[in-house]
Write a protein that binds this ligand. Structure first.
Ligand code: FE2
Length: 224
């Protein structure tokens, strides 16, 4: 049996599948972020339940887009203020869904779910306080939130987003992460994210399975 029991992995997988069924590109993005996050967590020395929580939060970080209209998620071109406001609700919606799924969980397991929920809630917070929904900064942001931020931004920059005129190349996205280290992103996390992405690119160039490797031709400033 899984060290944390079977309920969480099954639930995470089921919720992830629901999100994929609702909006395929978000589902694909979430699986890539999950894969990268697990590797980054290992580089940072996470293990056991901590690593499991990171992976689940990564897989479900955009779960709250279930509460965003498909028209907004797939809108070509820039979002208007109302649409932006709608999309910026997704971290809180996602955290609420996860919390609502475990009302009867045993206390210890509920604590793990809460760590996942907080990671989801904080994946758009930024080290310097410029993120949302709360503008938390530095170590006010959970470890999971601080790890997910740069990974999500990287993958969002290189993938096709409807509201951006183009995708960014991986080297452009990596440069954005390095430039944002200590401002947008936790400077203790960025080197691990860069290491994992570069390792993944090296594997791809050697013809290994690239499963969740990022596309070389993807879109703009990541909103979500
Ligand atoms: Fe997001």
């Amino acid at each position: 049996m899984h060290p944390m029991g079977t309920r969480r992995p099954r639930l995470a997988t089921a919720l992830s599948e629901a999100l994929s069924a609702y909006h395929v590109p978000t589902g694909v993005h979430s699986r890539r972020v999950g894969s990268l996050a697990r590797e980054v967590g290992v580089v940072l020395g996470l293990e056991g339940p901590e690593l499991e929580c990171l992976w689940q939060a990564a897989l479900l970080h955009d779960l709250g887009k279930l509460g965003v209209s498909e028209g907004t998620l797939s809108k070509p071109g820039p979002l208007d203020p109302n649409e932006r406001e709608e999309i910026e609700c997704h971290p809180a919606i996602g955290a609420d869904i996860v919390r609502a799924c475990v009302p009867g969980a045993a206390a210890a397991r509920g604590e793990e779910f809460e760590r996942v929920a907080v990671g989801i809630l904080e994946h758009h917070e930024r080290w310097d306080g410029s993120g949302y929904p709360y503008g938390r900064q530095g170590e006010e942001i959970s470890t999971i939130g601080r790890i997910l931020g740069p990974i999500d931004v990287y993958d969002s920059m290189i993938e096709l987003r409807y509201y951006r005129p183009r995708t960014f190349r991986p080297d452009e996205a990596l440069a954005h992460l390095r430039e944002g280290s200590g401002t947008l992103f936790d400077p203790a996390v960025v080197p691990a994210v860069v290491e994992v992405i570069e390792r993944s690119a090296a594997r791809a160039s050697h013809g290994a399975s690239v499963d969740d490797a990022p596309s070389l031709d993807a879109p703009g400033e990541p909103l979500a």
